[in-house]
Design a protein around this ligand. Structure first.
Ligand SMILES: Cc1ncc(COP(=O)(O)O)c(C=O)c1O
Length: 305
């Protein structure tokens, strides 16, 4: 019988990360000594001060639908975080809270890409990027950077990859999987190239911002010429050991934020109310509260190196 499933799902690759995690689990069950490095999953518990905020939210009867794009108080905490850590100034109309940074990225791809539009993906990249672009009917365009260039593409490579179909560029810095970080100068070089192509939107995934052992983290949106054409993605999964709470967010030009709000309103609505309340507390805390995790990851990294 002909498959009744859509081409969309038939053509979608299975998540490579989840397949690797399953393989690791299988080998562990066979008694093999396996260290799983597939899922970016901190093995710490969510910090107690964040857990307490969630318990308080339950007791205070936070149980209703929230605004699709997030509680205003959470947006304010995100605005303050962007200002404090990234020198980025947003207002509430520019923030959308989603069910994980993964949904944030999917929203942006869905609202920006038409069928056949190209999205430049500096490689190596987080495996979900290409699948998300394809789900949005876009075309992922890989631009490769090997170990000899520290896994970072150059501005010249970016220029060479741009075509009249290019609509988006999506990358993470610090990078998953390599850990490489684009410096301010390297981001400026991208901005200089992109000045010739004003219709390309940059999506900068900064979810590993605090798990960074390479140099000073910089946000491309903080370059004045890039602010109006960059979506900055972040979330609490990694830095706060909150992967299962599912809260991510964007800071974006208002027209993109509004479109993401509209998209999300027809798919999931606002993310979980308890998790949102807890994230207000997480984001308002100084980074020193999570330093013990950052230090532990550094020790493990050094050991592996
Ligand atoms: C680079 C990158 N971006 C985004 C995500 C998704 O994060 P979230 O748990 O907020 O959906 C991950 C998770 O592995 C990631 O590695």
């Amino acid at each position: 019988m002909k498959s009744q499933l859509s081409d969309r799902i038939n053509n979608l690759p299975v998540s490579a990360t989840l397949a690797m995690a399953a393989k690791a689990r299988e080998l562990k069950e066979q008694g093999k000594d396996i260290i799983g490095l597939s899922l970016g999953e901190p093995d710490f518990n969510t910090p107690d001060f964040v857990k307490e905020a969630a318990i308080n939210a339950i007791n205070e009867n936070y149980n209703s639908y929230t605004p699709v794009d997030g509680y205003p108080e959470l947006k304010d905490a995100i605005i303050n975080k962007f200002k404090r850590d990234n020198n980025l100034t947003y207002d509430r109309s520019q923030i959308v809270v989603s069910t994980g940074a993964k949904q944030s990225i999917a929203n942006v791809a869905m609202v920006l890409l038409n069928k056949g539009d190209e999205c430049i993906l500096p490689a190596p990249y987080w495996v979900s990027y290409a699948a998300i672009v394809e789900l949005a009917e876009g075309v992922p365009v890989e631009v490769r950077a090997g170990v000899e260039q520290n896994f970072k593409i150059t501005a010249e490579q970016l220029r060479a990859a741009i075509t009249p179909k290019t609509k988006m560029m999506l990358f993470s810095s610090p990078n998953n999987p390599s850990g490489s970080l684009f410096s301010e100068e390297e981001l400026q070089a991208f901005a200089d190239v992109l000045a010739d192509y004003p219709d390309i939107v940059v999506v900068s995934d900064e979810i590993y911002e605090h798990i960074n052992y390479t140099g000073k983290h910089a946000s491309i949106a903080a370059i004045p010429s890039m602010y109006d054409r960059t979506v900055t993605i972040n979330g609490v999964s990694k830095a706060f050991a909150m992967t299962g709470w599912r809260v991510g967010y964007i800071g974006a030009p208002t027209w993109i934020a509004r479109a993401c709000n509209k998209m999300q309103g027809q798919v999931t609505s606002g993310t979980n109310c308890i998790a949102q309340r807890a994230v207000i507390t997480a984001l308002e805390a100084p980074i020193s509260k999570i330093q013990y995790m950052i230090d532990a990851f550094a020790k493990r990294r050094d050991l592996i190196l």
